[in-house]
Ligand binder design. Structure first.
Ligand code: MG
Length: 339
């Protein structure tokens, strides 16, 4: 049972929008996607989302650097705006801390948060603070999109190609190093970056939205197997995923003894914050020619196709197709009843 989904549905049932008349007409898209869309004027849509980042659920305050906790809290929240193709603008911070984290730890947390805000060109406009036994970060992020241009999870159609940005499984590999206390070894520092300082794909998401190239999009926060399942469910379709095409992380020879399977990291590893999107076959040529001009350059890989049959099939080049189960990351599961 997907406990998270069940709780979200209970919330939606109790708080369903009813009889709001004119007010509700300003709601373009409510619960259930990466972010909500509000149309407060004819000139732009506001794209809004919030995200909780919790000690012992999403990070370990004694293992993860405080600067990374600050940076990542904003990066992961903003990734949901990237997933809609929105331009990030503002954020609100609700922060609860134990007394022992209010000194140097807080300074470093704020440095990381400020670094992310500068990089994402976002402005803090308010928030709240409180004391709590564990570090609790809640971020509300507000972005902007041209009216009607935001990309939903629900637009994928049979025949559309499935694309993913970047390399998958890197963040999970970094987490595995932290959990095994290998993260202080200077040899593996480069492998930690995707886990500690993820880069949401703002430019790519906005570009896809402006050119109307993607029919559906979601960010990879919980792993390809889980997030592709969500996109397919929202669109009422299935998918054929080609295992050999998945751009999986390379596990260095020096870490082979850990027994980590790059494809498992890529399929089920969480927190890559890459974009998963679908493209009508007519748009693929434009995607490839124009993607080369994207600032900074970003690797785009075609990993399969959308199908009519509501099932996700994994195609292995030399074997029989098998069906894919959502096996995405559920954070520090042993400590948690649900995420
Ligand atoms: Mg998301």
């Amino acid at each position: 049972v997907d406990r998270e989904q069940e709780i979200i549905e209970r919330i939606a049932r109790k708080l369903r929008t009813r009889n709001l008349g004119h007010e509700a007409s300003r709601l373009v898209l409510g619960m259930g996607d990466d972010a909500a869309i509000l149309r407060l004027s004819r000139r732009s849509d506001f794209v809004v989302s919030c995200d909780a980042f919790l000690e012992n659920v999403h990070f370990l305050a004694d293992s993860h650097p405080a600067a990374s906790v600050g940076y990542k809290s904003l990066a992961r929240a903003t990734s949901d705006l990237a997933a809609m193709g929105a331009t990030p603008r503002f954020f609100l911070l609700s922060l609860a801390l134990p007394a022992k984290r209010t000194g140097k730890w807080l300074d470093q947390f704020l440095s990381g948060l400020a670094q992310a805000a500068r990089g994402l060109r976002m402005v803090l406009v308010g928030g709240d603070t409180a004391e709590n036994s564990q570090v609790t970060v809640n971020l509300t992020v507000i972005g902007e999109a041209e009216p009607g241009r935001a990309i939903l999870r629900s637009g994928a159609r049979p025949g559309d190609a499935i694309y993913v940005s970047g390399t998958l499984g890197q963040a999970q590999l970094g987490l595995e190093l932290v959990l095994r206390k290998l993260h202080r070894n200077s040899r593996w520092q480069k492998l930690l970056k995707a886990h500690l300082y993820p880069q949401p794909r703002i430019a790519l998401g906005g570009w896809l939205a402006r050119r109307r190239l993607a029919s559906a999009m979601i960010d990879l926060s919980d792993g390809l197997s889980t997030d592709l399942t969500r996109l397919c469910e929202a669109s009422g379709v299935g998918a054929r995923l080609r295992l050999g095409q998945i751009p999986a992380v390379t596990v260095p020879a020096g870490l082979r003894r850990l027994g980590l399977d790059p494809l498992r990291l890529a399929l089920d590893g969480g927190e890559d914050y890459e974009l998963l999107f679908t493209v009508h076959p007519r748009g693929e040529k434009e995607l490839h020619t124009a993607a080369a001009s994207l600032r900074g350059g970003v690797k785009l890989t075609r990993i399969g196709e959308i199908t009519r049959k509501k099932q996700i099939i994994l195609v292995v080049s030399d074997g029989r197709p098998t069906s894919l189960r959502p096996g995405g990351w559920v954070h520090f599961r042993p400590r948690m009843r649900w995420r």
